[in-house]
Design a protein around this ligand. Structure first.
Ligand code: NDP
Ligand code: BG6
Length: 522
């Protein structure tokens, strides 16, 4: 394994803890952090990782001594990497001053090494360069594997050549997809564990780093008014909605092997669901929260979420695929128009599903998920629909539509972050007319500061050894076991997706599914 020291030091994940346990008296100024972005020439590195690292640098969140290395097969000089990276760096609107200067300082700390992902020799050369920058200080090393999954294991094996030697830590951030089903995910975990301890593996689900997803626990556990209502007694249904108004543009090759259920539902939406539905954790510690999501805490008799869920059934799933559509003289392509997608592909670009948690809190409450590409809008939302007010006086007197009269709490994760509660109120005036209004926490109005990107939070957590927002292997197993049977059935039976026009609201089947559970999509 990459952590070179033995015994109880193996379980240590923070540099401070290392120093304390190993009896070293080293102050933070004497340690360095080297961050290697493996796959630095790729889309994610350019779009998200380098900009997030710059934002952390700007905010003063990176340690004094740090170095960033890009690693990939493409031939590039340091100057070319800097030029490539500089095109995607931005400053927050409220921080425009000194931005250029800060960018220059940041870029001077970025370097590039070209090498193969399966070459121990090339990683050894990287190690040599890292050591030169570290200048004999305690070296902590973070590797971000921003590469296609088929080369994860080779890269991890070789990166262990460049693991921190001596007393620093080594951590590896792994990007999804973590396999395609239970079996391949378990094989990936097993292979990773040949070279890494579980404590060194940081499986990223960037939705867990989104501001409103982080706020979910605060909303539930630090406001008296929500938690008492958070159960089957008051909640009629919960909807988790993800939609994008563009197709798989440029990522068709990857996408066709996975489909929307694996791309969005099994990870991003399921993680939100687990945070939404979990019992109160013992504390805010990473392990307590992750235990609560998976159902592991042996001390507690409360029923836990993921392991209390029923595996998804075929009759509770609707799948769709977008087809070409012409609007205003513009023709939008079908999914299968992408050259990297087979013409007869049945891969779903849309899915709706009904999931259930068989525990005392959530028995019988449908958790409806909907995820799709090339739809009419871009949004990610949690919508909580409450039950009717029993014997509602106003319904009886004014015959209000029951559906309209129910309260709904909406947590808009993106865009235009907000939390709003739909309530019934009286229209001002002499008569008695009811209206529905929003009690609205609209982030842009309430906070002038720009919201950090999810990758900033997650990278900072990985540097600090905070594991709360990363996925543990047992959590991953539990997540796959809910989706693997239905994914196999869809593929074996070659279920044909319902075709929907690019830019539409998606297949009508999703409405029938919701109607079966007496729910309307919000
Ligand atoms: P890319 O396809 O852009 O690949 C990253 C780099 O890996 C490429 O620049 C290339 O570098 C190298 N590479 C690509 N294909 C191969 C191959 N077949 N064999 C060896 N090397 C290859 O990936 P992304 O940057 O889009 O994504 C990286 C990881 O992050 C993936 O696991 C992806 O699933 C995940 N991800 C991506 C998201 C995104 O928005 N892009 C979102 C969420 C997750 P070179 O040729 O220079 O070696
Ligand atoms: C990724 C998916 O995990 O999340 C992509 O692979 C999707 O298909 C992306 O586009 C959405 O992320 P965000 O943060 O832009 O909503």
């Amino acid at each position: 394994p990459m952590e070179k020291s033995k015994g109880d030091l193996l379980s240590v994940t923070s540099s401070k803890e290392w120093d304390e346990k190993a009896g070293f008296d080293i102050n933070e100024n004497e340690s360095t952090v080297s961050i290697t972005v493996v796959g630095a020439s790729g889309d994610l590195a350019k779009k998200k990782i380098f900009p997030a690292l710059f934002a952390l640098y700007y905010e003063g969140c990176l340690p004094e001594h740090f170095t960033i290395y890009g690693y990939a097969r493409s031939k590039m000089t340091d100057a070319e990497l800097r030029n490539m990276v500089s095109k995607t760096l931005t400053c927050r609107i409220d921080k425009r001053e000194n931005c250029g200067e800060k960018m220059d300082e940041f870029l001077k700390r970025c370097f590039y090494h070209s090498g193969q992902y399966d070459s121990g020799e090339n990683f050894a050369q990287l190690d040599k360069k890292l050591k030169e920058h570290e200048g004999g200080r305690v070296s902590n090393r973070l590797f971000y594997l921003s590469i296609p999954p088929n080369i994860f294991i080779d890269a991890v094996k070789c990166a262990s050549t460049a693991a921190s030697s001596g007393i620093g830590w080594t951590r590896v951030i792994v990007e999804k997809p973590f396999g395609r089903d239970s079996e391949s995910s378990a094989a990936l975990t097993k292979a990773l564990k040949q070279y890494l301890n579980e404590d060194q593996i940081f499986r990223i689900d960037h939705y867990l780093g989104k501001e409103l997803v982080e706020n979910l626990s605060v909303l539930r556990f630090s406001n008296l008014i929500f938690e008492p209502l958070w159960s089957r007694q008051f909640i009629r249904s919960v909807q988790l909605i993800f939609s994008e108004d563009f197709g798989t543009e440029g990522r068709g090759g990857y996408f066709d092997h996975y489909g929307i259920i694996r791309d969005i539902m099994q990870n991003h939406l399921l993680q939100i669901l687990a945070l939404f539905a979990m019992e109160t954790p013992v504390s805010l510690d990473a392990e307590d929260i992750r235990n609560e999501k998976v159902n592991l805490c042996e001390l507690s008799t409360e029923v836990k979420v993921l392991r209390s869920m029923r595996p998804l059934r075929l009759e509770d799933v609707v799948i769709g695929q977008y087809k070409s559509h012409t609007k205003g003289g513009v023709t939008y392509p079908a999914y299968t128009d992408d050259n990297t997608v087979p013409k007869d592909s049945l891969t779903p670009t849309f899915a709706a599903a009904a999931l259930f948690i068989d525990n005392a809190r959530w028995d019988g409450v449908p958790f409806l998920m909907k995820a799709g590409k090339a739809l009419h809008n871009k949004r990610a939302e949690i919508r909580v629909q409450f039950r009717h007010v029993p014997g509602n006086l106003y319904n009886r007197k004014f015959g209000t539509d029951l559906d309209q009269a129910t309260n709904e709490l909406v947590i808009r994760v993106q865009p235009d972050e907000a939390i709003y509660l739909k309530i019934n109120n009286k229209v001002p005036g002499l008569g008695m007319r009811l209206d529905r209004s929003n009690l609205n926490l609209h982030y842009a109005d309430r906070y002038s500061k720009e919201i950090p990107d999810a990758y900033e939070r997650l990278l900072l957590d990985a540097i600090e050894g905070e594991r709360r927002l990363f996925i543990r292997s047992d959590e991953l197993d539990a997540a796959w076991s809910l989706f693997t049977p239905v994914l196999a059935e869809l593929e074996e039976k070659k279920i044909i997706p319902e075709y929907y026009p690019y830019g539409s609201r998606g297949p009508v089947g999703a409405h029938y599914l919701a109607a079966r559970y007496n729910v309307r999509w919000g």
